[in-house]
Design a binder for this molecule. Structure first.
Ligand code: FES
Length: 110
């Protein structure tokens, strides 16, 4: 786990957890956001746009949706608003994944 920022004695981290980033096991700490772990791991780009441009953490507070990743198979998850937990599976995301269309409305026929 190279590239980690040093944590001084005045800072306390949560318990260690193991998450998977793009099929690679990574040590993280409870209380960290997915975005923080990605940055600490040297992988700040969370997704790419349709044109192939990388995107990552921009606002860091859930407003811009630039930090989308796939978490436990769910696309369009904001990395900056999602806290890691043991066994979480994180993947970088290619383009924005449109939500499935809602089912057609039922019509009442009298
Ligand atoms: S960085 Fe803006 S929503 Fe996550």
């Amino acid at each position: 786990m190279s590239g980690r920022l040093a944590v001084g004695p005045e800072l306390r981290r949560g318990p260690a957890v193991t998450v998977t980033i793009d099929s690679r096991p990574v040590l993280a700490y409870a209380g960290e956001s997915v975005a923080a772990v990605l940055i600490a791991e040297g992988s700040p780009a969370t997704r790419v746009t349709r044109s192939g441009a990388p995107r990552g953490v921009f606002c860091g507070m859930g407003a811009c949706f630039d930090c989308l990743v796939v978490v436990d198979g769910i696309p369009n998850t904001r990395a900056c608003m999602t806290w890691v937990r043991e066994g979480m599976v994180i993947a970088h995301q290619d383009v924005f994944v449109a939500a499935a269309a809602p089912p057609p409305k039922e019509t009442h026929v009298a």
